[in-house]
Design a protein around this ligand. Structure first.
Ligand SMILES: C[S@@+](CC[C@H](N)C(=O)[O-])C[C@H]1O[C@@H](n2cnc3c(N)ncnc32)[C@H](O)[C@@H]1O
Length: 493
């Protein structure tokens, strides 16, 4: 079995631009081959250094001549590559896998091609493409190469000056490689083609030694072989200039976003967009935890009872130009942050801060849907929390709702510290409702601890109710049939 030959592109110099495939093959190779100058240093080897390992055979191919000055240059090089190819053939015949390191792309003016010509027909051969110096240079310049139907011409600086000028006149974009001693001629050709002012010079692109500047400012005496001239896209430059100089700073705002009662499937696309666009997120910690992480954003989690502080904080950030999302579970307008933010925003200080409210699916709808349609007719929502309103108001409203024969959706029925309200509410309602009135107890609907039960009003046990629970108490018309609960559309006349 003979070994495999791989011509592996390493990219323009930054070792992070080596492809995963190139890295894998270099690490697995028995023999690593690279070109080197007579002093022995090799750019290709230094790019690949992190992937070389102990025990690999290294085959430096030392160039016999470095410039094309030698009269019989071509014959010298042909002989050199013949000898190199035979050195590699000996490894391949012995079954060793050989990787030839090639700076940039092996088939883009790469010396690897001399070996490929001599060996590819004799041994299983694979070429791994690499990022070219042209791509590296344009990326570093931050200037696109070709857009729409523009034509890119790639030229070696070694071309005769009149041929260079002719090609540069005919093209839109261009890259001229192999600069070094040819630089003066390339500069003249660019001038003759009327393109000198558009041209950029990039030396050792993507490496620590990179230098880039307008080509007309380059001192020809300082130009090494590893440099490239670039004429970037003209279309891109024109359209870029036509755009407004500075994009208008987006003004800060507060968006109060409803997250729905639980998981992401109940989050509206509109709410998702607003969350994604925000710079800052504000809300009760467990609700913020439901928003996917984004390192660009700053999160300000807070406790459950500091709505006013949260609102002020959001408005202050928005005034500084930040896009602030204040999150609420369910719908932000239902016993949640929307009213708190708008109340704070009514202060003259925040006159110029825009506030938007984006709806969410409220808990009453989520719980109702689990059993059918208990909210199918007139209903009201009441919060049982006496933290922000006196209990006598709550008791009065429950009695009024019961008298009006409304279905009642009860939010905030209990908490760790509020344990008496459920029994009191049940007793108030029982004064006006049959003991058999269906009551839906929906706990953590959509969440991991979801539990939904239907009981008779007289049997409503406060022990079944906590702060993650919502109650729906039926009207005189609400029916519980085979586990389903609904309130008919028609009310008896
Ligand atoms: C402060 S209120 C917020 C209501 C929220 N803005 C909404 O529209 O659903 C909190 C109460 O909503 C109810 N709740 C919220 N999410 C729930 C869920 N997934 N299952 C059952 N009840 C829920 C509970 O009654 C809880 O005590």
């Amino acid at each position: 079995m003979t070994g495999h030959l791989h011509g592996v592109g390493l990219g323009p110099g930054d070792p992070e631009l080596i492809t995963l495939k190139a890295a894998r093959l270099i690490e697995a190779a028995d023999v690593v081959v690279f070109h080197a100058a007579r002093h022995g240093r090799s750019i290709a080897r230094s790019i690949a250094a992190a992937h070389l390992r102990d025990g690999q055979i290294e085959e430096p191919l030392i160039y016999p001549v470095t410039t094309e000055d030698t009269g019989d240059y071509r014959a010298v090089m042909e002989g050199f590559y013949d000898r190199c190819a035979e050195r590699l053939a000996a490894h391949l015949d012995a079954g060793r896998d050989v990787v030839v390191l090639a700076e940039g792309d092996p088939f883009f003016y790469g010396s690897y091609m001399h070996l490929h010509k001599r060996l590819a027909a004799r041994y299983p051969t694979e070429v791994v493409p690499g990022v070219t110096s042209v791509s590296g240079a344009s990326a570093e310049l931050g200037r696109p190469l070709v857009e729409r139907d523009e034509v890119l011409t790639v030229l070696p600086g070694t071309l005769a000056p009149e041929r260079l000028a002719e090609r540069l006149t005919a093209t839109d974009s261009a890259a001229v490689l192999k600069l070094g001693r040819t630089f003066g001629r390339v500069r003249d050709a660019l001038e003759e083609a009327g393109r000198l002012d558009d041209a950029w010079y990039v030396e050792r692109a993507t490496t620590a030694g990179q230098r880039m500047l307008p080509l007309k400012d380059v001192d020809p005496g300082t130009v090494p072989y590893f440099s490239v001239a670039v004429l970037p896209s003209r279309v891109h430059e024109q359209t870029r200039r036509a755009l407004p100089e500075k994009p208008r700073e987006p003004k800060g705002e507060v968006v109060v976003v409803g997250l729905g009662p639980a998981g992401r499937e109940w989050l509206t696309p509109q709410a998702q967009d607003a969350l994604a666009a925000a710079d800052d997120l504000i809300g009760y910690g467990p609700y913020l935890d439901r928003v996917p992480a984004n390192a660009r954003q700053t999160r300000y989690p807070s406790g459950n009872t500091v709505e006013a502080d949260r609102a002020e904080h959001a408005l202050a950030l928005a005034e500084q130009g930040r896009r602030v999302a204040v999150v609420s579970s369910g719908d932000p307008g239902v016993f949640a942050m929307a009213a708190a933010v708008l109340e704070a925003a009514a202060d003259e200080r925040w006159r110029d801060v825009p506030v938007r409210v984006l709806p969410g699916l409220t808990a009453a709808q989520a719980v109702a849907s689990r059993v059918g349609a208990p909210l199918g007719h007139d209903y009201c929502v009441v919060s049982l929390s006496d933290r922000l309103k006196p209990w006598k108001v709550i008791a009065g409203r429950l009695a009024a709702a019961a008298t009006a024969d409304l279905v009642v959706a009860i939010y905030n029925p209990a908490s760790r510290t509020r344990t008496t309200q459920v029994a009191e509410a049940r007793d108030i309602l029982l004064k006006h409702r049959r003991p058999g009135t269906p009551v839906v107890i929906g706990r953590d609907v959509g969440g991991p601890a979801e539990d939904v039960k239907v009981v008779r009003l007289a049997d409503l046990d406060p022990a079944d109710v906590d702060m993650r629970t919502l109650l729906i108490v039926g009207s005189s018309q609400t029916k519980a049939v085979g586990g389903r609960v609904f309130t008919p559309r028609r009310y008896p006349g």
